[in-house]
Design a protein. Sequence first.
Length: 83
Amino acid sequence: MDADGTASILDIDHLPTSPSSGAVAPVPSNVLIELFGTDQPTREMVEQGEDLFEDIERGQGVYIVIYKDGTPSELYFAGYSFD
């Protein structure tokens, strides 16, 4: 970690389309379908989806758009610090 970093979420500095260091990326549709059986998961589905963390590396984060009644309603963020 650089001397000026915090090794925390504060070091997230971009939003790429795929996972990378120091970034938060969307979980791809095919992964959402694999994890939840749909690409429009509800809050309940995401809260029970522990497998999401298996592919996240240190210093990376992901987000999922959570749906309620077929409409986007929340964002869920998950990730690991650099430490």
